[in-house]
Design a protein around this ligand. Structure first.
Ligand code: E4P
Length: 221
């Protein structure tokens, strides 16, 4: 399963590139707004960071665009900023139509705000390169994220659709593990969730126990 970072902060992306063998980046308007900079500046900085790599970076069109031609136009403008950019388009009738057209024009897409198998099926039929089910949001409302991920994977496999699932809106390491077990191709999470995922209290306990023993081996009684 590929590791994507869900962030628009260049220092976080830089860290993940250097230390985590980062496979991809996903941004959204909230991440861009959190940087305090204009989107055009943020996208330019991220484009420079990943220049010369094959790391895909999802950048989102204006979520309120509801005509497919407008989505395509803005998607093409964003795609021209970097060969790494993948255009994030929200699930809707116009969105799926735009994804189909962007595909025809050679622009990669990520169908976002996916909450049902049927939405994922529309995205796959339209030729989305990536499909992003929002696990954390579903679970906040009491629905199973794991169930959705497994069903989307099964739907893709049933028909041989080539879209890759990005398990998105991860809130904890358990959800990352479940995404892997459900056969998701990629997972995207924020820096804090990955940092949590490296550790375990028993690992800390083990380090303390073995460190104490290690010190005794240096000067045996
Ligand atoms: C995924 O691609 C989205 O950017 C992301 O997971 C959105 O959800 P969140 O910001 O609530 O985590």
């Amino acid at each position: 399963m590929k590791l994507f970072l869900d962030s628009a902060k260049v220092e976080e992306i830089q860290h993940a590139l250097e230390h985590w063998a980062l496979d991809g980046v996903t941004t959204n308007p909230r991440h861009v707004a959190a940087t305090g900079k204009a989107a055009v500046e943020v996208y330019s900085e991220i484009a420079q960071l990943v220049q010369g790599t094959d790391v895909p970076v999802s950048v989102e069109v204006d979520p309120e665009l509801d005509h497919w031609e407008q989505i395509v136009q803005q998607g093409e403008e964003l795609a021209r900023l970097s060969p790494n950019f993948v255009i994030k388009v929200g699930a809707s009738e116009a969105g799926f139509r735009a994804i189909r057209e962007l595909k025809r024009r050679g622009v990669r897409t990520n169908a976002t705000l996916i909450f049902t198998v049927v939405q994922a099926w529309h995205a796959a039929r339209a030729g989305a390169d990536y499909i992003s089910p929002f696990v954390g949001w579903r679970e906040e409302f009491g629905d199973s994220g794991l169930e959705l991920l497994g069903q989307v994977r099964q739907m893709l496999d049933n028909f041989g659709y080539r879209s890759q699932i990005i398990a998105a809106a991860m809130r904890n390491p358990r959800q990352i593990a479940e995404a892997a077990l459900a056969g998701c191709h990629c997972v995207t999470a924020g820096k804090a969730v990955y940092e949590q995922s490296f550790n375990n209290p028993f690992t800390d306990l083990g380090v303390r126990r073995f460190a104490e023993a290690y010190r005794r081996t240096l000067a045996p009684a």
